[in-house]
Ligand binder design. Structure first.
Ligand SMILES: NC(=O)c1ccc[n+]([C@@H]2O[C@H](COP(=O)([O-])OP(=O)(O)OC[C@H]3O[C@@H](n4cnc5c(N)ncnc54)[C@H](OP(=O)(O)O)[C@@H]3O)[C@@H](O)[C@H]2O)c1
Length: 313
C-alpha cells in the first residue's frame, strides 16, 4: 500500500501484532494522543498514557478499553511544565515498568500568550521541549532495556517559523511572538530526535520527529479568528487541507512501528514517509536548521544545564 496524506492509523498497523510490546504516550487526554493510544491498544500493545485532567484521562481509558477489548491501558498523571512533577512521574513509571518499546512524546501546547513554566522557562519551549527532554533522559533505562525501541517526537510543520534562538530562547528582549515561540519549540523537538539518535542508536534505540498534518483539535484553543483567517488565506487555494484524527495520528504510529524505518532514525516524517529537506516550501519538508547536528548538540548541552539531568552512563 502507498501511504500518503489520508493514510490512517489502522492502515499503517494492518498486519502488525503489538502484543508483548509496551508504549508510553504523553498527552493523550484528547486529540492525536487519544487516537494513538487507541490504535496501538487495538493491536495488543500495553499502553500507558499521561494526562493532566484525570477525569478526562479516565474517560479515555474507559473508551479505549471498550473499543479495543485491551485492558492493559493505564493512565498516569504528568505535568510537563513542572520539572518536579516530571521527576515524580519518571520515578513512578520506572517503579511500574522496567522496559518500554515505544515512547511517543505527543503532548504539546501551541501559540499561547507569553508565560512561564513552574521553573520559569518560556512556556512553549519549557513544555514542548524541556519537559519531554527531562522525562526522556530519566526513563531512558526502560527504553535501553528493550531489544530495540523507538522514540517519536511530535514536532510540526510550524518549525518553519523559527530556528532555535540560541542567543535569546526566552524572548527576554521583549519580542515574544506566539508563533515564533511555537516554531522554536517544534524545531527543538526535531533537534532533540537528531541528537537522541546520535547518542542512542548504537544501543538499540532510534528516534524520529513527526509532523502529523493539520487536524482540528484542542491544540487550537488559543487561536483567534484572525489566526484562523490568516492560516486559511495562506493555504493553497485558500482552503486548509485538514486530516481526520485517524490520519493525523498515522505518522506517529508509523514512526513507532514501521519495519522499513529500521536504521533510518534521526529523520523527520510527514504523511507516513520521510520528508525532504527543503529551504523554502511552506507546504512540506524539513528545514536544514532543524537537522543541523551542531545545533542538535548545542541544544542538548543547553537542556542538560537547564534541567540538571542527562542520559545514564
Ligand atoms: N493538531 C494539529 O494540527 C497539529 C499539527 C502539528 C503538530 N501537532 C502536534 O501534535 C501534538 C498533539 O497535539 P493535538 O493536536 O492532539 O493537541 P491536543 O488535543 O491539545 O492534545 C495535546 C495534549 O497535550 C497535553 N498537554 C498540554 N500541556 C501539557 C503539559 N504542560 N503537561 C502535560 N500534558 C500537556 C494536553 O493535556 P490537557 O488536555 O490537560 O491540556 C493534551 O492531552 C502536539 O505536540 C502538537 O504540537 C498538532
Amino acid at each position: 500500500m502507498t501511504y500518503g496524506h489520508d493514510t490512517t492509523t489502522d492502515e499503517v498497523l494492518d498486519g502488525i501484532d503489538l502484543s508483548g510490546r509496551r508504549a508510553l504516550v504523553t498527552g493523550a487526554s484528547s486529540g492525536l494522543g487519544t487516537e494513538t493510544v487507541r490504535a496501538l491498544a487495538a493491536k495488543g500493545c500495553a499502553v500507558t498514557f499521561t494526562a493532566r485532567d484525570l477525569d478526562k484521562g479516565q474517560a479515555v481509558v474507559d473508551q479505549v478499553r471498550a473499543a479495543t477489548g485491551n485492558d492493559d491501558v493505564e493512565m498516569m498523571s504528568l505535568e510537563l511544565a513542572s520539572m518536579a512533577d516530571v521527576r515524580r512521574f519518571a520515578d513512578e513509571y520506572l517503579a511500574r515498568h522496567s522496559q518500554m518499546d515505544m515512547l511517543i512524546n505527543n503532548a504539546g501546547i501551541m501559540a499561547c500568550p507569553q508565560g512561564t513554566t513552574q521553573d520559569g522557562f518560556e512556556l512553549q519551549f519549557g513544555t514542548n521541549h524541556l519537559g519531554h527532554f527531562l522525562m526522556t533522559v530519566l526513563i531512558a533505562p526502560a527504553l535501553l532495556a528493550a531489544d530495540s525501541s523507538r522514540i517519536v517526537a511530535l514536532s510540526s510543520r510550524a518549525h518553519h517559523r523559527s530556528p532555535m534562538r540560541f542567543d535569546d530562547p526566552w524572548f527576554s528582549d521583549g519580542s515574544y511572538e506566539k508563533w515564533t515561540a511555537y516554531g522554536q519549540s517544534k524545531t527543538a523537538n526535531i533537534l532533540f530526535a537528531v541528537e537522541l539518535q546520535r547518542r542512542l542508536a548504537g544501543q538499540g534505540v532510534e528516534a524520529f520527529a513527526v509532523h502529523p498534518g493539520v487536524i482540528i483539535t484542542e491544540l487550537g484553543r488559543h487561536l483567534t479568528e484572525d489566526d484562523i483567517a490568516a492560516a486559511t488565506a495562506a493555504a493553497p487555494g485558500g482552503v486548509l487541507r485538514t486530516k481526520t484524527y485517524e490520519a493525523g495520528a498515522a505518522t506517529s504510529v508509523y514512526a513507532a512501528t514501521a519495519a522499513e524505518l529500521a536504521g533510518r532514525g534521526g529523520c523527520y516524517l510527514e504523511d507516513c514517509g520521510i520528508a525532504e529537506v527543503d529551504e523554502t516550501s511552506s507546504e512540506h519538508g524539513v528545514r536544514p536548521y532543524a537537522l543541523d547536528t551542531d545545533s542538535a548538540e548545542r541544544l542538548w548541552a543547553m537542556s542538560v544545564d537547564l534541567v540538571g539531568a542527562d542520559l545514564p552512563g
